[in-house]
Design a protein around this ligand. Structure first.
Ligand SMILES: Cc1ncc(COP(=O)(O)O)c(C=O)c1O
Length: 384
């Protein structure tokens, strides 16, 4: 794939290597948002059925992206909301332990920590090995070994948000299935940029904020909930999630039944007339590029950077266990990370420092020039 920078509006002098923080907006997504805003100039053109139809097709497009069924998809305001829906509906009698990995993103950590406190369960944190070689591979092994019949739930991110370490969702999902352990995945840092299939990985809940790799606006996300959650209790009671909600005239004929599938976990006002069309436009573009295509583009862009980092003694996970669209590198101990970050920023290069890693994220809007500029700055810094 050639660079798709022309479909975005990033300023020419900005080298944006920070999609893991927030994606830039596709022109088409911006247009969809403006169109959504314009429609409210004249509410007479918004029919009651419009509250539901666009949301339905957004759920379908996300389902296509993750290999699931639209009925199992819910529209959310944030990852924390979707993770809370999942942890609020965990079975209570399938084990004493919840597992997370060290430095899990706080939206997931706080949700599972609350569940453990309220249910009298024990939270186990699986730390990476001290040994730096094959760190992520060994970390995966430690996690797999920790899952047993006493494990009620595993909550992890698909790739670690600080450095892009990959968790082998298929192997973990299989182990969870064998132990009747509920498997909750925060897909925010990979879904859209990396292939995933919820059925192959036996995932019970997959929750994604929309403003990173789904290329959507801030404040809308999507989740998949397997049939394990089909009879759960949503964290709010929106009128829109009850059966026959389309019949506006009879809304006070209060219904006990929720809409089938995961519809009960939709946020209130899920029609989100500005944000939903934006997110849908973005997902449709991703489906055209394909997550494999995006990984391929990022892989070819970052190959020279990986050689460069190795030549400077920086540590990066082995290829098989880190994503191509984002990864962290760890500097040799004597190198001042704060000073390096200052030099990088001075050249209008945007990366993030997370935990002990400097995180570089790329996408189809990045070019060879972005990578060359980063390497030039780092080279000058190392030689100074
Ligand atoms: C792994 C992960 N999950 C979730 C989020 C965002 O969470 P929320 O939507 O709850 O703000 C981030 C943001 O950096 C993240 O890295």
């Amino acid at each position: 794939m050639i660079s798709q920078k022309h479909l975005f509006q990033l300023p020419d002098d900005v080298h944006y290597l920070n999609g893991a923080y927030m994606s830039p907006l596709l022109l088409s997504v911006e247009e969809a948002g403006i169109e959504g805003m314009r429609r409210k100039r004249n509410p007479a053109i918004i029919d009651p059925i419009d509250f539901f139809t666009q949301a339905e097709s957004l759920r379908q497009d996300f389902a296509t992206l993750i290999g699931g069924d639209a009925q199992n998809v819910a529209i959310l305001p944030s990852a924390s909301y979707g993770l809370m829906s999942a942890t609020s509906n965990l079975p209570k009698n399938n084990g004493q332990y919840a597992l997370v990995v060290a430095e899990e993103f706080p939206s997931g950590y706080y949700a599972i920590d609350r569940w453990c406190r309220e249910q009298g369960k024990t939270l186990k944190i699986i730390s990476p090995p001290e040994d730096k070689s094959q760190r992520a591979r060994k970390w995966n092994q430690l996690l797999l070994e920790a899952i047993n019949y006493e494990t009620a739930v595993v909550l992890i991110s698909s790739v670690h948000w600080t450095d892009g370490s990959i968790f082998d969702l298929k192997a973990i999902g299989e182990r969870c299935k064998a132990c009747d352990t509920c498997f909750i995945v925060d897909g925010t840092q990979s879904v859209g940029a990396m292939p995933i299939n919820v059925n192959d990985c036996h995932i019970d809940a997959l929750v994604c904020a929309g403003y990173k790799w789904l290329l959507g606006p801030y404040n809308i996300g999507l989740a998949y909930y397997s049939t394990r959650f089909a009879n759960g209790r949503p964290i709010e009671e929106s009128w829109m999630n009850r059966s026959e909600a389309e019949d506006f005239q009879s809304l006070t004929a209060y219904r006990t039944a929720y809409t089938p599938g995961a519809g009960r976990y939709n946020m209130g006002e899920f029609s989100s007339f500005i944000h939903a069309p934006m997110l849908q436009t973005a997902i449709r573009q991703i489906l055209k590029w394909t997550p494999q295509g995006i990984q391929g583009h990022c892989q070819s862009l970052t190959a020279p950077l990986l050689d460069f980092l190795a030549s400077k003694g920086c540590l990066v996970e082995e290829n098989e266990f880190r994503s191509n669209h984002m990864f962290g590198f760890r500097l040799p101990e004597h190198v001042d990370a704060v000073a390096l970050m200052t030099c990088i920023k001075a050249k209008q290069i945007f990366v993030s420092r997370r935990g002990t890693a400097i995180r570089v994220s790329t996408h189809v809007y990045n070019t060879r020039e972005d990578m060359d500029t980063l390497m030039e700055v780092m080279d000058d810094f190392f030689q100074a």
